[in-house]
Ligand binder design. Sequence first.
Ligand code: URA
Length: 433
Amino acid sequence: MRMVDIISRKRNGESLSIDEIEFFINGYMEDEIPDYQVSALMMAIYYKGMSEEETAHLTNSMVQSGEIIDLSSIEGHKVDKHSTGGVGDKTTFIVGPLAAAAGLPVAKMSGRGLGHTGGTIDKLEAIPGLQVEISNEDFMKQVNDIKLSVVGQTGDLAPADKKLYALRDVTATVDSIPLIASSVMSKKIASGADSIVLDVKTGSGAFMKTIEDARELAKRMVEIGNKLGRNTTAVISNMDQPLGFEIGNANEIKEAVQVLQGEKIADLRELSIELVSHMTILANVYSDVETAKKELAKLLDNGQAFEVFKQFIKAQHGDTSVIDDLTKLPSAEFQLEVEAPKEGYVSEIEAEKIGLAAMHLGAGRQTKDDSIDHAAGITLQKKIGDYVKKGEVIVELHSNSNNMESSKKLCLEAITISETKPEKSPMIYEIIT
Ligand code: URA
């Protein structure tokens, strides 16, 4: 088999066989096939696409390139949740304990990553003492004991994806739906769960700006999951503005705990319940989504989900007094209030700009060696549809640096105030099964 023939077949719009896909992934991992040939193939795929079969084969080859986590010593049906990423997305801290309170074992491995705020693991580290590096044995035992553990990723999952993604990033081939779908699913499948719920975000603050693209990506990922033996459901959700009111690390933990304590932070609570309802359906805990949502709302309102969260913090050596008294979470030395420049309705909050403003305050990292300030972040005082008077506070900035001017400027650019009230768009658009 020759790589040049594989490239030309894809360039001509033909389908690649399983053997050809394995040949190029294995050859690339062994450094027998050079970057320039793989770049040419990525560009051919970008233009000619891939069939359902090809995408599943590509995903599987990437899964097989590394470690596959074995969760078989954990009792029960393991369902993982994955979000395609958005600003203010702290659902993991609500979804995990809520699913666990409903009886599902939640064995979550998460990353740090680059971005506007830290990743799941960075956010958790805002809780003093909390340990995210625990042995595999203790991880499994904790999930069997209290149904929930969240730890930092250790294994080398889907290394072929890492190598391909770095190449795609510099060859303008990231924005290809079959390549994105196989990339995301390779990591999820290697994580070892029995079933997967995907939160595919769409809107100005999401990777997928239009509902059509989000639907296409969701369908692709669900097909791959189902073909590779993992029942998968995708929820298409709204990312036209940040999720909830808090963007950062400690402040996102605070907001998640408030939802776990039964506070009705509308968009965050709705999305969390929606995601867990599909997890419980896949695990056969409830038979229909409506019943699931009612029961899950009760688990938030009666404090059972909050209780699981506290047990989880305690099991991982975190200071639970911080959870009972949220004012004890890390807080920043300086605060700056951003005021509305005019009166009217908030009609737009560009999530990406708000995220960038949070990063300037110290909440995220630009390069992997940057450190994170757990106390830095943004609190929105208003959301789309709210009415504001001129001079009213719309955003609060928190930082340990006294210079917050660039973040203030970004927030003012991000928020549009209009005379007419904007139409309310739904939090959940579609469910793809
Ligand atoms: N995120 C991923 O993990 N992979 C992609 O290809 C794009 C976004």
